[in-house]
Design a protein around this ligand. Structure first.
Ligand SMILES: Cc1cc2nc3c(=O)[nH]c(=O)nc-3n(C[C@H](O)[C@H](O)[C@H](O)COP(=O)(O)OP(=O)(O)OC[C@H]3O[C@@H](n4cnc5c(N)ncnc54)[C@H](O)[C@@H]3O)c2cc1C
Length: 436
């Protein structure tokens, strides 16, 4: 058994762990353990026969100047393309521009009347109540009214989450939805520009290599041997500051930055107080099942992604890598990702491709060169009533033992790539040389 002393042990070579390692490696002894066979985690890319696929759409939305400077230093401005979002929503067989709530004018007049009436009534009712909505189901009903809820918010989100919206908490889910004023909804219903863009109207994407190019650029900043691929953290003794990797190496560290999923970190420890273990068992997440589809021709529609609320279509979103960035497919060809509502059981292949034809993304099955079924275990953390208290208790337990739990799955939250890069940089800031 080999033993190695390091200042900082980082678990996970996704964007968070790599950003932390890059910020620390010039002054401290750092090792990054990565269970997988490549860097990037959820933001890795793969290629086949000239097509490049990400783990469904991975578009870099930047709001923070600090992260923008950091990524443009890693890959210079000429290595990126900036793209303006083209998105649509499919409700009751009709195409509506995104965001749905400010484009009601695309729907039949009777539906617009019902949606506006229910929306205004819901807002008046909500203004007279002092109790906040408890569940996400209540939230959409009170925020948007029953017609908009029934047409889009409920079916779309139930397909995405695979559970009734009454299981999700209003407090945490509400922040994902662009929240329009009455004037914006009425303007959209009349076909006027409502000026509600949502947070992700523009994004950056690497010119070559898929989104994985970002993690590759981070890893290239580290000396050979710092990142140890195919090497998982297997056992952890936080009080003894000792970690055992899957290759048998024992690491004695001063600080640990863990980006692996929080429940797995608990499972790797022998001695965890029963209350912490009990809280960890409440942390829930949903798996993703999706298809990467290579097309012989470009998609027949121009959108980067389409949200599909209709329950008879077995996917909740279809996106096109190649519509956003044509070099992700060979010249004259195209590609899609299709995010499926059914997570288990045999693939409903006919229904999926029929749905793509119905929506008009492909003309027929003849457009398809090949497809691959893929899974992302625990893609989205479930924001239920237990979520915030449970993850805080677990994270505090580790923080007291010098273990920083960071990134999307270390924090057990909904984080973008930008958030994870910022989190990695912040984790590095918290480690000063005297500490380590
Ligand atoms: C379906 C989907 C679509 C998304 N789309 C977007 C988007 O368009 N834009 C955007 O900004 N963000 C998007 N995100 C979010 C983005 O992917 C994440 O926020 C970010 O990549 C997470 O980085 P991370 O380093 O925190 O975690 P991860 O990428 O999960 O990295 C953690 C790493 O830890 C490794 N690991 C796990 N267990 C162990 C162990 N025991 N030992 C060693 N290593 C281990 C894993 O293999 C992984 O490489 C999306 C996420 C999903 C799931």
């Amino acid at each position: 058994m080999t033993e190695q002393r390091v200042d900082v042990l980082v678990v996970g070579a996704g964007l968070c762990g790599l950003s932390a390692a890059v910020a620390l490696a010039d002054r401290l002894r750092v090792v990054v353990l990565e269970a997988g066979d490549r860097v990037g985690g959820k933001a890795a890319s793969r290629s086949r026969d000239g097509w490049v696929f990400d783990c469904t759409g991975h578009w870099l939305h930047l709001r923070s100047e600090r992260v923008r400077r950091f990524v443009l230093e890693l890959l210079p401005p000429e290595a990126w393309v900036e793209i303006e979002r083209r998105a649509a929503v499919r409700v009751a067989g009709t195409d509506v521009p995104y965001p749905f709530q400010t484009h009601l004018g695309a729907l039949p007049k009777e539906t617009v009347r019902d949606a506006l009436r229910d929306f205004v009534e819901a807002r008046i009712d909500d203004a007279t109540r002092s109790d906040p909505p408890r569940t996400f189901a209540e939230f959409v009903e009170r925020r948007f009214g029953s017609t908009m809820a029934a047409l889009f918010f409920v079916p779309y989100n139930e397909k995405l989450w695979g559970m009734p919206l009454s299981e999700l908490s209003a407090e945490w889910m509400g922040r994902f939805l662009p929240d329009p004023t009455v004037e914006q909804v009425v303007s959209g219903a009349l076909g006027l520009d409502a000026h509600l863009a949502g947070y992700n109207a523009r994004f950056l994407y690497p010119k070559t290599g898929g989104i994985g190019a970002l993690a590759e650029a981070l890893a290239a900043r580290l000396a050979p041997g710092v990142v140890r691929l195919r090497t998982a953290l297997r056992a952890l003794d936080p009080s003894g500051r000792r970690a055992v990797a899957s290759d048998g190496t024992v690491y004695r560290y001063q600080r640990l930055i863990s980006t692996m999923p929080l429940p797995d970190l608990v499972a790797a420890c022998d001695h965890v107080p029963p209350q912490v273990r009990a809280e960890a068992s409440k942390l829930r997440a949903v798996d993703w099942r999706y298809l990467d589809v290579a097309l012989r021709v470009p998609p027949r529609r121009p959108e980067h992604w389409i949200y599909v609320a209709d329950r008879d279509v077995p996917f909740f979103r279809v996106g096109s890598y190649s519509n956003a960035h044509p070099p992700l497919a060979p010249p004259g060809k195209g590609s899609l990702y299709v995010e499926l509502s059914d997570r288990e059981g045999p693939l409903a292949e006919e229904e999926v491709f029929d749905g793509l034809v119905e929506i008009g993304v492909i003309a027929s099955r003849e457009d398809v060169a090949f497809f691959e079924e893929r899974r992302i275990p625990r893609a989205y953390v479930v924001f239920d009533a237990a979520w915030n208290r449970a993850r805080s208790i677990v994270r505090d337990h580790f923080a007291r033992a010098g273990v920083e739990t960071r990134g999307r799955y270390g924090r057990w939250t909904y984080n973008s790539m930008e958030d994870c890069i910022a989190d990695g940089l912040d984790a590095a800031r918290g480690v000063d040389d005297g500490d380590a």
